[in-house]
Write a new protein. Structure first.
Length: 636
Protein backbone atom coordinates (compact mmCIF):
# COMPACT_ATOMS: atom_id res chain seq x y z
CA UNK A 1 0.00 0.00 0.00
CA UNK A 2 1.25 3.46 -0.81
CA UNK A 3 1.79 5.92 1.96
CA UNK A 4 1.58 9.59 1.18
CA UNK A 5 5.03 11.03 0.58
CA UNK A 6 4.86 14.61 1.67
CA UNK A 7 8.40 15.25 2.76
CA UNK A 8 9.00 17.65 5.59
CA UNK A 9 5.59 19.02 6.54
CA UNK A 10 6.97 21.69 8.84
CA UNK A 11 6.19 25.31 7.89
CA UNK A 12 8.55 26.79 5.33
CA UNK A 13 9.12 30.08 3.61
CA UNK A 14 8.51 28.22 0.33
CA UNK A 15 4.74 28.10 0.10
CA UNK A 16 2.07 27.23 2.61
CA UNK A 17 1.86 23.78 4.19
CA UNK A 18 -1.84 23.01 3.76
CA UNK A 19 -3.49 20.10 5.57
CA UNK A 20 -7.17 19.13 5.56
CA UNK A 21 -9.03 16.61 7.68
CA UNK A 22 -12.40 14.90 7.16
CA UNK A 23 -13.80 17.42 4.68
CA UNK A 24 -17.44 16.47 4.18
CA UNK A 25 -19.71 18.50 1.92
CA UNK A 26 -23.40 17.69 1.64
CA UNK A 27 -26.57 19.30 0.29
CA UNK A 28 -29.94 18.47 1.84
CA UNK A 29 -33.15 19.09 -0.10
CA UNK A 30 -36.77 18.52 0.81
CA UNK A 31 -38.56 16.09 -1.47
CA UNK A 32 -42.19 16.37 -2.57
CA UNK A 33 -43.32 13.85 0.04
CA UNK A 34 -41.83 16.01 2.80
CA UNK A 35 -38.82 13.78 3.52
CA UNK A 36 -35.27 15.09 3.38
CA UNK A 37 -32.84 13.93 0.72
CA UNK A 38 -29.15 14.42 1.55
CA UNK A 39 -26.57 14.18 -1.20
CA UNK A 40 -22.99 13.74 -0.03
CA UNK A 41 -20.66 15.43 -2.51
CA UNK A 42 -17.43 14.97 -0.52
CA UNK A 43 -17.14 12.13 1.97
CA UNK A 44 -14.56 12.64 4.76
CA UNK A 45 -11.66 13.69 2.54
CA UNK A 46 -8.24 14.18 4.21
CA UNK A 47 -4.91 15.14 2.70
CA UNK A 48 -1.74 17.17 2.91
CA UNK A 49 0.48 19.15 0.60
CA UNK A 50 3.97 20.37 1.25
CA UNK A 51 5.15 23.89 0.53
CA UNK A 52 6.47 24.80 -2.91
CA UNK A 53 4.79 21.89 -4.70
CA UNK A 54 2.22 21.25 -7.42
CA UNK A 55 -0.70 19.09 -6.27
CA UNK A 56 -3.34 17.89 -8.75
CA UNK A 57 -6.91 16.97 -7.87
CA UNK A 58 -8.12 14.44 -10.42
CA UNK A 59 -11.14 12.28 -11.05
CA UNK A 60 -13.89 11.63 -13.59
CA UNK A 61 -16.67 14.13 -14.17
CA UNK A 62 -18.81 14.47 -11.05
CA UNK A 63 -16.15 13.01 -8.79
CA UNK A 64 -15.99 16.10 -6.59
CA UNK A 65 -12.57 17.47 -7.54
CA UNK A 66 -13.84 21.02 -8.14
CA UNK A 67 -15.93 20.82 -4.97
CA UNK A 68 -12.85 19.80 -2.98
CA UNK A 69 -10.84 22.63 -4.53
CA UNK A 70 -13.58 25.09 -3.60
CA UNK A 71 -13.83 23.65 -0.10
CA UNK A 72 -10.09 24.04 0.49
CA UNK A 73 -10.24 27.60 -0.84
CA UNK A 74 -13.41 28.43 1.16
CA UNK A 75 -15.15 29.14 -2.16
CA UNK A 76 -18.22 26.89 -1.83
CA UNK A 77 -21.24 29.18 -2.43
CA UNK A 78 -23.83 29.46 0.30
CA UNK A 79 -27.07 27.74 -0.56
CA UNK A 80 -30.12 26.16 1.06
CA UNK A 81 -29.24 22.88 2.73
CA UNK A 82 -25.51 23.14 1.96
CA UNK A 83 -23.07 22.29 4.76
CA UNK A 84 -19.35 21.62 5.04
CA UNK A 85 -17.64 20.07 8.03
CA UNK A 86 -14.00 19.31 8.74
CA UNK A 87 -10.84 21.26 9.42
CA UNK A 88 -8.20 22.99 7.31
CA UNK A 89 -4.78 23.97 8.65
CA UNK A 90 -2.33 26.41 7.08
CA UNK A 91 1.17 26.12 8.54
CA UNK A 92 -0.34 24.33 11.52
CA UNK A 93 -3.00 26.91 12.37
CA UNK A 94 -6.70 26.30 11.93
CA UNK A 95 -8.31 28.37 9.16
CA UNK A 96 -11.91 29.14 10.08
CA UNK A 97 -13.33 31.77 7.74
CA UNK A 98 -13.29 32.59 4.01
CA UNK A 99 -11.61 35.94 4.73
CA UNK A 100 -8.66 34.23 6.44
CA UNK A 101 -8.11 31.98 3.45
CA UNK A 102 -8.59 34.86 0.98
CA UNK A 103 -5.80 36.86 2.66
CA UNK A 104 -3.22 34.11 2.24
CA UNK A 105 -4.18 32.68 -1.13
CA UNK A 106 -5.22 33.32 -4.71
CA UNK A 107 -7.97 31.56 -6.63
CA UNK A 108 -7.87 31.33 -10.43
CA UNK A 109 -11.23 30.33 -11.87
CA UNK A 110 -11.77 27.96 -14.78
CA UNK A 111 -13.21 30.65 -17.03
CA UNK A 112 -10.83 33.41 -18.05
CA UNK A 113 -12.95 36.29 -16.75
CA UNK A 114 -11.15 39.30 -18.21
CA UNK A 115 -12.18 42.53 -19.91
CA UNK A 116 -11.74 42.09 -23.65
CA UNK A 117 -10.69 45.60 -24.69
CA UNK A 118 -7.91 46.17 -22.15
CA UNK A 119 -4.36 45.15 -23.01
CA UNK A 120 -2.45 42.57 -21.01
CA UNK A 121 -0.37 45.30 -19.36
CA UNK A 122 -3.44 47.43 -18.53
CA UNK A 123 -5.19 44.40 -17.05
CA UNK A 124 -2.25 43.54 -14.81
CA UNK A 125 -1.64 47.18 -13.82
CA UNK A 126 -5.25 47.47 -12.68
CA UNK A 127 -4.76 44.49 -10.37
CA UNK A 128 -1.37 45.77 -9.20
CA UNK A 129 -2.73 49.17 -8.19
CA UNK A 130 -5.45 47.54 -6.09
CA UNK A 131 -3.47 44.63 -4.65
CA UNK A 132 -0.13 46.23 -3.91
CA UNK A 133 0.34 48.74 -1.11
CA UNK A 134 -0.79 52.28 -1.90
CA UNK A 135 2.52 53.47 -0.47
CA UNK A 136 4.48 51.61 -3.16
CA UNK A 137 5.60 54.02 -5.93
CA UNK A 138 3.95 53.59 -9.32
CA UNK A 139 7.31 52.77 -10.88
CA UNK A 140 7.74 49.81 -8.54
CA UNK A 141 4.24 48.56 -9.33
CA UNK A 142 5.04 48.79 -13.03
CA UNK A 143 8.20 46.78 -12.40
CA UNK A 144 6.20 44.13 -10.54
CA UNK A 145 3.86 43.90 -13.53
CA UNK A 146 6.83 43.56 -15.87
CA UNK A 147 8.21 40.78 -13.68
CA UNK A 148 4.92 38.86 -13.82
CA UNK A 149 4.73 39.37 -17.59
CA UNK A 150 8.23 37.96 -17.94
CA UNK A 151 7.62 35.06 -15.52
CA UNK A 152 4.52 33.95 -17.45
CA UNK A 153 6.01 34.38 -20.93
CA UNK A 154 3.71 37.25 -21.92
CA UNK A 155 6.30 39.76 -23.13
CA UNK A 156 5.29 39.53 -26.80
CA UNK A 157 1.59 39.95 -25.94
CA UNK A 158 1.98 42.65 -23.27
CA UNK A 159 0.46 45.47 -25.34
CA UNK A 160 -2.18 43.40 -27.17
CA UNK A 161 -5.82 43.55 -26.11
CA UNK A 162 -7.06 40.47 -24.26
CA UNK A 163 -10.03 39.84 -26.57
CA UNK A 164 -12.78 37.24 -26.33
CA UNK A 165 -14.86 34.99 -28.58
CA UNK A 166 -16.08 37.96 -30.64
CA UNK A 167 -13.04 40.26 -30.48
CA UNK A 168 -9.66 38.99 -31.63
CA UNK A 169 -6.91 39.32 -29.05
CA UNK A 170 -4.34 37.08 -27.41
CA UNK A 171 -4.49 33.27 -27.55
CA UNK A 172 -6.42 31.10 -25.11
CA UNK A 173 -3.25 29.96 -23.35
CA UNK A 174 -2.08 33.55 -22.98
CA UNK A 175 -5.47 34.55 -21.56
CA UNK A 176 -5.17 31.78 -19.00
CA UNK A 177 -1.72 33.03 -18.01
CA UNK A 178 -3.02 36.60 -17.70
CA UNK A 179 -5.72 35.34 -15.32
CA UNK A 180 -2.99 33.61 -13.30
CA UNK A 181 -0.85 36.74 -13.37
CA UNK A 182 -3.58 38.90 -11.83
CA UNK A 183 -3.48 36.69 -8.75
CA UNK A 184 0.30 36.60 -8.53
CA UNK A 185 0.79 40.32 -8.03
CA UNK A 186 0.15 40.26 -4.29
CA UNK A 187 2.65 37.39 -3.99
CA UNK A 188 0.37 34.66 -2.55
CA UNK A 189 2.10 31.64 -1.07
CA UNK A 190 -0.89 29.43 -1.90
CA UNK A 191 -2.65 29.29 -5.29
CA UNK A 192 -5.83 27.40 -6.16
CA UNK A 193 -6.46 26.66 -9.85
CA UNK A 194 -9.77 25.37 -11.22
CA UNK A 195 -8.98 23.29 -14.32
CA UNK A 196 -6.25 25.57 -15.73
CA UNK A 197 -6.02 23.48 -18.93
CA UNK A 198 -9.74 23.58 -19.74
CA UNK A 199 -10.48 24.71 -23.30
CA UNK A 200 -6.83 24.70 -24.38
CA UNK A 201 -5.13 22.55 -26.98
CA UNK A 202 -2.43 20.12 -25.83
CA UNK A 203 0.45 22.49 -26.50
CA UNK A 204 -1.12 25.48 -24.74
CA UNK A 205 -2.18 23.26 -21.83
CA UNK A 206 1.42 22.07 -21.40
CA UNK A 207 2.66 25.67 -21.48
CA UNK A 208 0.25 26.66 -18.71
CA UNK A 209 1.13 23.69 -16.51
CA UNK A 210 4.85 24.26 -17.09
CA UNK A 211 4.39 27.85 -15.94
CA UNK A 212 2.66 26.58 -12.79
CA UNK A 213 5.47 24.10 -12.14
CA UNK A 214 8.01 26.90 -12.48
CA UNK A 215 6.04 29.00 -10.00
CA UNK A 216 6.13 26.15 -7.51
CA UNK A 217 9.84 25.41 -7.91
CA UNK A 218 11.39 28.81 -8.60
CA UNK A 219 8.98 31.13 -6.79
CA UNK A 220 8.10 28.83 -3.89
CA UNK A 221 4.33 28.81 -4.32
CA UNK A 222 2.11 25.96 -3.18
CA UNK A 223 -0.25 25.21 -6.06
CA UNK A 224 -3.39 23.07 -5.85
CA UNK A 225 -5.13 22.53 -9.18
CA UNK A 226 -8.06 20.46 -10.38
CA UNK A 227 -6.92 18.83 -13.62
CA UNK A 228 -9.05 17.02 -16.18
CA UNK A 229 -7.49 14.27 -18.36
CA UNK A 230 -3.84 15.46 -18.41
CA UNK A 231 -1.50 14.25 -21.13
CA UNK A 232 1.54 12.26 -20.03
CA UNK A 233 3.92 15.23 -20.21
CA UNK A 234 1.59 17.22 -17.92
CA UNK A 235 1.25 14.30 -15.51
CA UNK A 236 5.05 14.15 -15.25
CA UNK A 237 5.03 17.71 -13.84
CA UNK A 238 2.77 16.82 -10.89
CA UNK A 239 4.43 16.43 -7.48
CA UNK A 240 1.43 15.18 -5.51
CA UNK A 241 -1.87 13.65 -6.51
CA UNK A 242 -5.35 13.30 -5.03
CA UNK A 243 -7.77 10.99 -6.86
CA UNK A 244 -11.52 11.12 -6.20
CA UNK A 245 -14.41 8.99 -7.37
CA UNK A 246 -17.99 9.77 -6.46
CA UNK A 247 -16.87 12.11 -3.69
CA UNK A 248 -14.67 9.44 -2.06
CA UNK A 249 -10.90 9.44 -1.71
CA UNK A 250 -9.21 6.81 -3.89
CA UNK A 251 -5.61 7.98 -3.60
CA UNK A 252 -3.69 10.73 -1.82
CA UNK A 253 0.07 10.78 -2.12
CA UNK A 254 3.05 11.42 -4.32
CA UNK A 255 2.54 11.39 -8.07
CA UNK A 256 4.28 9.50 -10.85
CA UNK A 257 6.00 6.26 -9.70
CA UNK A 258 4.54 6.21 -6.18
CA UNK A 259 0.98 6.33 -7.45
CA UNK A 260 1.64 3.67 -10.08
CA UNK A 261 3.17 1.39 -7.43
CA UNK A 262 0.15 1.88 -5.17
CA UNK A 263 -2.37 0.76 -7.80
CA UNK A 264 -0.09 -2.09 -8.94
CA UNK A 265 -0.18 -3.41 -5.36
CA UNK A 266 -3.99 -3.34 -5.55
CA UNK A 267 -4.00 -5.37 -8.78
CA UNK A 268 -4.44 -2.44 -11.19
CA UNK A 269 -0.97 -1.89 -12.72
CA UNK A 270 -0.41 0.76 -15.39
CA UNK A 271 -0.16 -0.96 -18.81
CA UNK A 272 3.14 -0.61 -20.65
CA UNK A 273 3.52 2.57 -22.72
CA UNK A 274 0.22 3.90 -21.33
CA UNK A 275 -0.40 7.35 -19.90
CA UNK A 276 -0.69 6.74 -16.12
CA UNK A 277 -3.24 9.55 -15.73
CA UNK A 278 -5.54 7.96 -18.30
CA UNK A 279 -5.22 4.59 -16.56
CA UNK A 280 -6.06 6.02 -13.15
CA UNK A 281 -9.15 7.78 -14.48
CA UNK A 282 -10.24 4.62 -16.29
CA UNK A 283 -10.13 2.43 -13.19
CA UNK A 284 -11.93 4.91 -10.91
CA UNK A 285 -14.78 5.66 -13.34
CA UNK A 286 -18.16 3.91 -13.32
CA UNK A 287 -19.16 2.31 -16.63
CA UNK A 288 -22.93 2.68 -17.04
CA UNK A 289 -23.26 1.00 -20.44
CA UNK A 290 -24.75 -2.20 -19.00
CA UNK A 291 -25.89 -3.26 -15.51
CA UNK A 292 -23.11 -5.85 -15.39
CA UNK A 293 -20.40 -3.32 -16.24
CA UNK A 294 -21.87 -0.87 -13.74
CA UNK A 295 -21.75 -3.46 -10.96
CA UNK A 296 -18.21 -4.62 -11.75
CA UNK A 297 -16.74 -1.11 -11.99
CA UNK A 298 -18.42 -0.06 -8.75
CA UNK A 299 -16.96 -3.12 -7.01
CA UNK A 300 -13.53 -2.17 -8.31
CA UNK A 301 -13.86 1.40 -7.06
CA UNK A 302 -15.00 0.11 -3.67
CA UNK A 303 -11.89 -2.07 -3.48
CA UNK A 304 -9.62 0.86 -4.42
CA UNK A 305 -11.30 3.18 -1.91
CA UNK A 306 -10.83 0.66 0.88
CA UNK A 307 -7.23 0.19 -0.22
CA UNK A 308 -6.31 3.80 0.45
CA UNK A 309 -3.53 3.73 3.06
CA UNK A 310 -2.07 7.06 3.97
CA UNK A 311 0.19 8.16 6.72
CA UNK A 312 -1.50 10.73 8.92
CA UNK A 313 0.95 13.58 8.96
CA UNK A 314 0.52 15.31 12.32
CA UNK A 315 -0.78 18.86 12.33
CA UNK A 316 2.22 20.92 13.32
CA UNK A 317 1.25 23.29 16.11
CA UNK A 318 3.35 26.38 15.84
CA UNK A 319 4.94 27.87 18.90
CA UNK A 320 7.47 30.60 19.44
CA UNK A 321 10.30 28.06 19.19
CA UNK A 322 9.48 26.76 15.72
CA UNK A 323 7.39 29.55 14.22
CA UNK A 324 8.62 31.49 11.21
CA UNK A 325 9.95 34.96 11.81
CA UNK A 326 7.24 37.41 12.73
CA UNK A 327 4.66 34.71 13.42
CA UNK A 328 4.18 35.44 17.08
CA UNK A 329 0.45 36.17 16.95
CA UNK A 330 -2.45 34.05 15.84
CA UNK A 331 -3.48 36.39 13.07
CA UNK A 332 -0.07 36.18 11.47
CA UNK A 333 0.05 32.40 11.84
CA UNK A 334 -3.29 31.91 10.14
CA UNK A 335 -2.19 34.04 7.25
CA UNK A 336 1.00 32.04 6.94
CA UNK A 337 3.09 35.11 6.12
CA UNK A 338 6.31 36.56 7.40
CA UNK A 339 6.00 39.85 9.24
CA UNK A 340 6.48 41.91 6.08
CA UNK A 341 4.01 39.77 4.15
CA UNK A 342 1.46 40.10 6.93
CA UNK A 343 1.79 43.87 7.03
CA UNK A 344 1.39 44.03 3.27
CA UNK A 345 -1.71 41.84 3.32
CA UNK A 346 -3.24 43.90 6.12
CA UNK A 347 -2.51 47.05 4.14
CA UNK A 348 -4.08 45.49 1.03
CA UNK A 349 -7.19 44.64 3.03
CA UNK A 350 -7.47 48.23 4.22
CA UNK A 351 -6.90 49.60 0.74
CA UNK A 352 -9.56 47.31 -0.70
CA UNK A 353 -12.11 48.77 1.67
CA UNK A 354 -11.42 52.36 0.61
CA UNK A 355 -13.63 54.09 -1.92
CA UNK A 356 -11.51 56.52 -3.89
CA UNK A 357 -8.62 54.31 -5.04
CA UNK A 358 -10.85 51.58 -6.53
CA UNK A 359 -13.30 54.21 -7.80
CA UNK A 360 -10.69 56.04 -9.88
CA UNK A 361 -9.28 52.82 -11.31
CA UNK A 362 -12.71 51.37 -12.05
CA UNK A 363 -13.85 54.63 -13.64
CA UNK A 364 -10.84 54.64 -15.96
CA UNK A 365 -11.24 50.97 -16.88
CA UNK A 366 -14.99 51.18 -17.48
CA UNK A 367 -14.55 54.27 -19.65
CA UNK A 368 -11.79 52.51 -21.61
CA UNK A 369 -13.89 49.41 -22.19
CA UNK A 370 -16.97 51.39 -23.25
CA UNK A 371 -15.23 53.83 -25.59
CA UNK A 372 -13.02 51.21 -27.24
CA UNK A 373 -16.10 49.25 -28.28
CA UNK A 374 -16.37 51.37 -31.41
CA UNK A 375 -18.60 48.93 -33.31
CA UNK A 376 -21.35 49.04 -30.66
CA UNK A 377 -21.11 52.81 -30.24
CA UNK A 378 -21.18 53.38 -33.99
CA UNK A 379 -24.30 51.27 -34.48
CA UNK A 380 -25.99 52.95 -31.53
CA UNK A 381 -25.27 56.51 -32.67
CA UNK A 382 -26.10 55.78 -36.32
CA UNK A 383 -29.50 54.46 -35.27
CA UNK A 384 -30.12 57.45 -33.01
CA UNK A 385 -29.16 59.83 -35.84
CA UNK A 386 -31.48 58.01 -38.23
CA UNK A 387 -34.50 58.20 -35.94
CA UNK A 388 -33.91 61.82 -34.93
CA UNK A 389 -33.73 62.86 -38.58
CA UNK A 390 -36.76 60.71 -39.41
CA UNK A 391 -38.85 62.32 -36.68
CA UNK A 392 -37.57 65.72 -37.72
CA UNK A 393 -38.55 65.20 -41.36
CA UNK A 394 -41.98 63.65 -40.62
CA UNK A 395 -42.92 66.49 -38.23
CA UNK A 396 -40.94 69.18 -40.08
CA UNK A 397 -41.81 72.75 -39.02
CA UNK A 398 -45.29 72.09 -37.65
CA UNK A 399 -47.72 74.98 -37.99
CA UNK A 400 -49.44 76.41 -34.91
CA UNK A 401 -52.95 75.48 -35.96
CA UNK A 402 -55.61 73.12 -34.58
CA UNK A 403 -54.35 70.07 -36.53
CA UNK A 404 -50.83 70.51 -35.14
CA UNK A 405 -52.06 69.91 -31.57
CA UNK A 406 -52.36 66.18 -32.23
CA UNK A 407 -49.04 66.17 -34.08
CA UNK A 408 -47.27 67.94 -31.25
CA UNK A 409 -48.71 65.50 -28.72
CA UNK A 410 -47.54 62.63 -30.91
CA UNK A 411 -43.93 63.82 -31.28
CA UNK A 412 -43.70 64.48 -27.54
CA UNK A 413 -44.92 60.97 -26.81
CA UNK A 414 -42.52 59.45 -29.33
CA UNK A 415 -39.66 61.36 -27.74
CA UNK A 416 -40.60 60.13 -24.27
CA UNK A 417 -40.98 56.57 -25.55
CA UNK A 418 -37.73 56.59 -27.56
CA UNK A 419 -35.79 57.98 -24.62
CA UNK A 420 -37.13 55.27 -22.30
CA UNK A 421 -36.40 52.41 -24.68
CA UNK A 422 -32.94 53.66 -25.59
CA UNK A 423 -31.68 54.21 -22.07
CA UNK A 424 -33.28 51.25 -20.27
CA UNK A 425 -32.52 48.60 -22.90
CA UNK A 426 -29.05 49.89 -23.75
CA UNK A 427 -27.89 50.03 -20.13
CA UNK A 428 -29.51 46.77 -19.00
CA UNK A 429 -26.76 44.60 -20.51
CA UNK A 430 -23.80 46.42 -18.94
CA UNK A 431 -23.54 44.67 -15.56
CA UNK A 432 -24.19 41.13 -16.88
CA UNK A 433 -21.35 41.65 -19.38
CA UNK A 434 -19.01 42.59 -16.55
CA UNK A 435 -20.37 40.29 -13.86
CA UNK A 436 -17.95 37.37 -14.27
CA UNK A 437 -14.93 39.63 -14.01
CA UNK A 438 -16.40 41.71 -11.21
CA UNK A 439 -17.44 38.65 -9.19
CA UNK A 440 -13.88 37.29 -9.37
CA UNK A 441 -12.38 40.62 -8.36
CA UNK A 442 -14.82 41.11 -5.50
CA UNK A 443 -14.20 37.56 -4.26
CA UNK A 444 -10.51 38.47 -4.22
CA UNK A 445 -11.38 41.47 -2.00
CA UNK A 446 -10.09 43.99 -4.54
CA UNK A 447 -12.98 46.43 -4.00
CA UNK A 448 -16.51 46.72 -2.65
CA UNK A 449 -19.69 47.06 -4.76
CA UNK A 450 -20.09 50.81 -4.11
CA UNK A 451 -17.13 52.15 -6.17
CA UNK A 452 -17.92 49.63 -8.90
CA UNK A 453 -21.55 50.70 -9.19
CA UNK A 454 -20.88 54.44 -8.98
CA UNK A 455 -18.13 54.28 -11.61
CA UNK A 456 -20.32 52.21 -13.94
CA UNK A 457 -23.20 54.67 -13.56
CA UNK A 458 -21.02 57.74 -14.12
CA UNK A 459 -19.45 56.34 -17.29
CA UNK A 460 -22.89 55.84 -18.82
CA UNK A 461 -23.91 59.47 -18.25
CA UNK A 462 -21.76 61.27 -20.86
CA UNK A 463 -22.24 58.44 -23.35
CA UNK A 464 -26.02 58.87 -22.99
CA UNK A 465 -26.35 62.55 -22.00
CA UNK A 466 -24.31 64.27 -24.70
CA UNK A 467 -25.92 62.44 -27.66
CA UNK A 468 -29.31 62.93 -25.99
CA UNK A 469 -28.83 66.70 -25.87
CA UNK A 470 -27.64 66.81 -29.49
CA UNK A 471 -30.48 64.71 -30.87
CA UNK A 472 -33.05 66.47 -28.68
CA UNK A 473 -31.91 69.85 -30.01
CA UNK A 474 -32.10 68.65 -33.62
CA UNK A 475 -35.63 67.32 -33.18
CA UNK A 476 -36.83 70.36 -31.20
CA UNK A 477 -35.90 72.89 -33.86
CA UNK A 478 -36.61 70.71 -36.92
CA UNK A 479 -40.16 70.01 -35.77
CA UNK A 480 -40.83 73.58 -34.66
CA UNK A 481 -41.84 72.90 -31.08
CA UNK A 482 -42.74 75.84 -28.84
CA UNK A 483 -40.56 78.88 -29.34
CA UNK A 484 -38.52 80.33 -26.54
CA UNK A 485 -35.19 79.42 -24.95
CA UNK A 486 -36.89 78.68 -21.63
CA UNK A 487 -39.22 76.10 -23.17
CA UNK A 488 -36.29 74.54 -25.05
CA UNK A 489 -34.22 74.22 -21.87
CA UNK A 490 -37.16 72.72 -19.97
CA UNK A 491 -37.61 70.21 -22.81
CA UNK A 492 -33.95 69.15 -22.54
CA UNK A 493 -34.12 69.02 -18.74
CA UNK A 494 -37.18 66.75 -18.73
CA UNK A 495 -35.66 64.50 -21.39
CA UNK A 496 -32.43 64.30 -19.40
CA UNK A 497 -34.26 63.36 -16.20
CA UNK A 498 -36.22 60.70 -18.06
CA UNK A 499 -32.96 59.43 -19.55
CA UNK A 500 -31.41 59.14 -16.08
CA UNK A 501 -34.53 57.36 -14.80
CA UNK A 502 -34.29 54.92 -17.71
CA UNK A 503 -30.63 54.36 -16.92
CA UNK A 504 -31.59 53.64 -13.31
CA UNK A 505 -34.22 51.11 -14.43
CA UNK A 506 -31.68 49.53 -16.78
CA UNK A 507 -29.16 49.26 -13.95
CA UNK A 508 -31.80 47.54 -11.77
CA UNK A 509 -32.52 44.99 -14.48
CA UNK A 510 -28.83 44.64 -15.26
CA UNK A 511 -27.98 43.92 -11.63
CA UNK A 512 -30.76 41.34 -11.35
CA UNK A 513 -29.59 38.89 -14.02
CA UNK A 514 -26.35 37.06 -14.75
CA UNK A 515 -27.25 36.33 -18.37
CA UNK A 516 -26.18 39.00 -20.87
CA UNK A 517 -29.24 38.16 -23.00
CA UNK A 518 -31.85 38.04 -20.23
CA UNK A 519 -31.87 41.68 -19.08
CA UNK A 520 -32.16 43.27 -22.57
CA UNK A 521 -34.97 40.83 -23.37
CA UNK A 522 -36.96 41.78 -20.27
CA UNK A 523 -36.27 45.51 -20.42
CA UNK A 524 -38.72 46.15 -23.34
CA UNK A 525 -41.49 44.43 -21.37
CA UNK A 526 -41.00 46.81 -18.44
CA UNK A 527 -40.87 49.85 -20.74
CA UNK A 528 -44.05 48.78 -22.59
CA UNK A 529 -45.79 48.31 -19.26
CA UNK A 530 -44.89 51.86 -18.27
CA UNK A 531 -45.93 53.14 -21.74
CA UNK A 532 -49.44 51.76 -21.27
CA UNK A 533 -49.91 54.06 -18.27
CA UNK A 534 -48.15 57.11 -19.68
CA UNK A 535 -51.42 58.98 -20.28
CA UNK A 536 -51.22 58.78 -24.08
CA UNK A 537 -52.88 55.44 -24.84
CA UNK A 538 -55.24 55.50 -21.87
CA UNK A 539 -56.79 58.55 -20.29
CA UNK A 540 -55.69 59.06 -16.69
CA UNK A 541 -59.27 58.83 -15.38
CA UNK A 542 -59.90 55.49 -17.11
CA UNK A 543 -57.13 53.51 -15.41
CA UNK A 544 -58.63 50.60 -13.38
CA UNK A 545 -58.35 51.16 -9.65
CA UNK A 546 -56.34 47.99 -9.08
CA UNK A 547 -53.75 49.14 -11.66
CA UNK A 548 -53.31 52.69 -10.40
CA UNK A 549 -50.01 51.69 -8.75
CA UNK A 550 -48.56 50.95 -12.20
CA UNK A 551 -49.59 54.40 -13.35
CA UNK A 552 -47.92 55.97 -10.33
CA UNK A 553 -44.54 54.28 -10.91
CA UNK A 554 -44.41 54.97 -14.67
CA UNK A 555 -41.46 57.35 -15.15
CA UNK A 556 -42.55 57.79 -18.79
CA UNK A 557 -45.86 59.21 -17.56
CA UNK A 558 -44.18 61.95 -15.54
CA UNK A 559 -41.87 62.87 -18.42
CA UNK A 560 -44.71 62.93 -20.98
CA UNK A 561 -46.90 65.05 -18.69
CA UNK A 562 -44.12 67.57 -18.12
CA UNK A 563 -43.36 67.77 -21.85
CA UNK A 564 -47.02 68.39 -22.64
CA UNK A 565 -47.37 71.10 -19.99
CA UNK A 566 -44.22 72.78 -21.30
CA UNK A 567 -45.61 72.71 -24.86
CA UNK A 568 -49.27 73.53 -24.30
CA UNK A 569 -49.81 75.48 -21.05
CA UNK A 570 -50.91 78.99 -21.99
CA UNK A 571 -50.32 78.29 -25.69
CA UNK A 572 -52.65 79.63 -28.42
CA UNK A 573 -53.38 77.91 -31.75
CA UNK A 574 -54.98 79.49 -34.78
CA UNK A 575 -58.49 78.40 -35.79
CA UNK A 576 -60.19 78.92 -39.14
CA UNK A 577 -63.41 77.12 -38.17
CA UNK A 578 -62.99 74.32 -40.73
CA UNK A 579 -62.11 71.77 -38.04
CA UNK A 580 -65.19 72.41 -35.94
CA UNK A 581 -64.61 73.36 -32.32
CA UNK A 582 -61.34 75.12 -31.55
CA UNK A 583 -59.26 74.55 -28.43
CA UNK A 584 -56.24 76.19 -26.94
CA UNK A 585 -53.36 74.60 -25.11
CA UNK A 586 -54.98 74.69 -21.68
CA UNK A 587 -58.13 73.00 -22.95
CA UNK A 588 -56.03 70.26 -24.58
CA UNK A 589 -54.28 69.65 -21.26
CA UNK A 590 -57.65 69.42 -19.55
CA UNK A 591 -58.77 66.75 -22.04
CA UNK A 592 -55.62 64.76 -21.26
CA UNK A 593 -56.32 65.24 -17.51
CA UNK A 594 -52.94 67.01 -17.26
CA UNK A 595 -54.42 70.39 -16.25
CA UNK A 596 -53.27 70.09 -12.62
CA UNK A 597 -49.72 68.95 -13.48
CA UNK A 598 -46.71 71.15 -12.68
CA UNK A 599 -43.37 70.77 -14.42
CA UNK A 600 -41.45 71.27 -11.18
CA UNK A 601 -43.51 68.64 -9.36
CA UNK A 602 -43.00 66.03 -12.07
CA UNK A 603 -39.29 66.79 -12.33
CA UNK A 604 -39.03 66.30 -8.58
CA UNK A 605 -40.77 62.92 -8.87
CA UNK A 606 -38.42 61.93 -11.70
CA UNK A 607 -35.42 62.91 -9.56
CA UNK A 608 -36.79 60.78 -6.71
CA UNK A 609 -37.26 57.84 -9.08
CA UNK A 610 -33.70 58.21 -10.32
CA UNK A 611 -32.46 58.00 -6.74
CA UNK A 612 -34.81 55.11 -5.95
CA UNK A 613 -33.88 53.05 -9.02
CA UNK A 614 -30.18 53.47 -8.36
CA UNK A 615 -30.42 52.67 -4.65
CA UNK A 616 -32.39 49.55 -5.54
CA UNK A 617 -29.81 48.54 -8.15
CA UNK A 618 -26.96 49.12 -5.68
CA UNK A 619 -28.81 47.05 -3.08
CA UNK A 620 -29.18 44.22 -5.60
CA UNK A 621 -25.45 44.36 -6.39
CA UNK A 622 -24.62 44.16 -2.67
CA UNK A 623 -27.09 41.31 -2.16
CA UNK A 624 -25.61 39.32 -5.04
CA UNK A 625 -21.98 39.64 -3.97
CA UNK A 626 -20.26 36.25 -3.53
CA UNK A 627 -21.06 34.51 -0.24
CA UNK A 628 -19.20 31.38 0.79
CA UNK A 629 -19.66 28.67 3.40
CA UNK A 630 -17.36 28.46 6.40
CA UNK A 631 -16.26 25.06 7.69
CA UNK A 632 -18.27 23.77 10.61
CA UNK A 633 -16.86 21.53 13.29
CA UNK A 634 -17.77 17.92 12.77
CA UNK A 635 -20.36 16.69 15.27
CA UNK A 636 -19.77 13.31 16.87
Amino acid sequence: MSKMAVGDMRPTDHGVVLQWRDITYSVTKKKKDGTLDTRVILNAISGDTSGGSLLALMGPSGSGKTSLLNALAFRVPKGPGAMITGAIYADGKLVETPSQMARMSAYVEQEDALFALSTVRETLMFAAQLRLSKDMPLEEKEQEVNNVIADLGLVAAADTIVGNEQIRGISGGERKRVAIGMDLLHDPRLIFMDEPTSGLDAFQALNVMTALKDLAIEKGRTIIASVHQPRSSIYALIDQLVLLSGGRLVYAGAGQGACSAHFAALGEPVPKDFNPADHFLDIISVDYRTPKLTESTMERIEKLAKGVAREEVPIIKLGLDNAPAGAGDDKGLVMGFTSSGRAEAEQNSKDASRFWIPFKLLLARTWREQTRDTATLTIKYVMQTFFSLLFGVVYLRMARDQTSIQDRTGILFFQAMNQAFGSAIGISKIIPQQLKVVSRERAARMYTPLPYYVSTFLVTLPLELIPGVVYGTVIYYMTGLREGVGHYLIFLAVMTLENFAGIGLGMCLSASFTSVEMAPQLAPAFVILFLMFSGFFLNESNVPVWLIWLREISFIRYAFQALCVNEFKGAEFSCDGSTGSCVDGDEHLERLKFDDITIGGNCGILAGMILGFNLLALGIVYYRQPKYLALEKKTQ
